[in-house]
Design a protein around this ligand. Structure first.
Ligand SMILES: [Zn+2]
Length: 124
């Protein structure tokens, strides 16, 4: 498994900041948990800011947490990450809703079907 992020609670490595921890099952849920998870993950650029730690730092943080020393996350950094991450998400185009896409195809099919039915009826 690629070491991409460290679990804030037990220090196990997981594949992504927001993934479920394979060690203790923790999933970041609140904004602050998400911020802490982002801080304890591999450095990633979000828009204009970079959030995270280097792989070496993560290695050390993971060891410390597993030895019972939680990583001291600065409250100010946590607040800043919440703010910056939300700014980043807001600047992203909203993902296209799946249902909307299916609906569009459904409508197109119905239109095509009625058109061919009408044409068939008209030709007879
Ligand atoms: Zn964990």
């Amino acid at each position: 498994m690629k070491k991409k992020a460290v679990c804030v609670r037990c220090g196990a490595f997981k594949k992504a900041a927001f993934a479920r921890c394979p060690g203790c099952g923790l999933i970041p849920e609140t904004d602050f948990e998400a911020a802490r998870a982002l801080i304890l993950s591999e450095k990633t650029v979000y828009g204009a800011v970079e959030i995270g730690r280097t792989p070496e730092e993560l290695e050390e943080i993971s060891e410390n947490i597993q030895k019972g020393r939680p990583y001291p996350i600065d409250g100010e950094e946590q607040n800043r990450v919440v703010r910056e991450y939300w700014n980043y998400l807001k600047s992203q185009p909203p993902p296209q809703h799946r249902l909307g896409r299916y609906l569009k195809w459904g409508v197109l099919l119905i239109v095509l079907f009625s058109a061919s039915a009408l044409l068939g009826w008209w030709l007879l």
